[in-house]
Ligand binder design. Structure first.
Ligand code: GRF
Length: 216
């Protein structure tokens, strides 16, 4: 199978990026990461990409007067690599509707909560404050509704009475590293699509997200 060209956007540590690179290098994920782009010049993930010989670029949001001009520059940078899928992996910027529309059906994100619960930030803390017994992560198509696009796959962990936001985040992150490559694999295989505002897998609308079993 011809590898699908993808571009990954990051802002920080890049552990999800690492998981995707590993899946490409060691698990035959049929993708070619053409570039990793960050809005933060000091994002550690840039070094991870370099170490794997992947091209990197920084589009620093602080150099732009407003969101529109940043998104325009970001779009130009992405499109210069002609990707078929744009993967947001810890990319901490709110995107303009025009930018999102440009990548409709070909941009996905990972979010550290069981969406629709806890859109936005501090998800682990909020799950603890609510005394939730389950928490997790979701991969979804990106729409102009922040963290509100159709969910593709979710994985969950039990919340332990001794959990802190950091311990909970670490367990969720370990599952993120499994479900993100899986969702990307489905997309590269042509099995996953956005049809209207519904995600579909193998031609079937996902009435609810696929649930990740850790034995997978
Ligand atoms: C992850 O928890 C992801 O769900 C969220 O940002 C974090 C990024 O982590 N969107 P990393 O940079 O991939 O380590």
């Amino acid at each position: 199978m011809k590898p699908l060209p993808i571009v990954v956007l990051i802002s920080g540590g890049g552990s999800n990026l690492r998981a995707i690179i590993d899946a490409v290098e060691k698990q035959n994920l049929p993708a070619k990461i053409r570039a990793v782009i960050s809005n933060c010049p000091d994002a550690c993930g840039l070094q991870r990409a370099c170490n794997s010989g992947i091209e990197t670029q920084v589009v620093d949001h602080r150099q732009f007067v407003d969101r529109d001009s940043f998104d325009h520059a970001l779009q130009q940078a992405i499109d210069s690599y002609d990707p078929e899928l744009v993967v947001l992996a810890g990319f901490m910027r709110i995107l303009t509707p025009r930018f999102v529309a440009h990548y409709q059906g070909r941009m996905i994100n990972i979010h550290p909560s069981l969406l629709p619960a806890y859109r936005g930030l501090r998800t682990h803390q909020r799950a603890l404050e609510a005394n939730d017994t389950r928490h997790g992560a979701s991969v979804h198509f990106v729409t102009s509704d922040l963290d509100g696009g159709p969910v593709i796959i979710q994985a969950e962990v039990p919340v332990l009475s001794c959990d802190t936001p950091d311990t909970l985040a670490a367990r969720v992150l370990a599952l993120e590293h499994k479900i993100y490559p899986q969702a990307i694999r489905w997309f590269t295989e042509g099995r996953l699509r956005l049809e209207g505002d519904v995600a579909s897998l193998d031609g079937q609308p996902l009435m609810k997200p696929v649930y990740w079993e850790d034995s997978q």
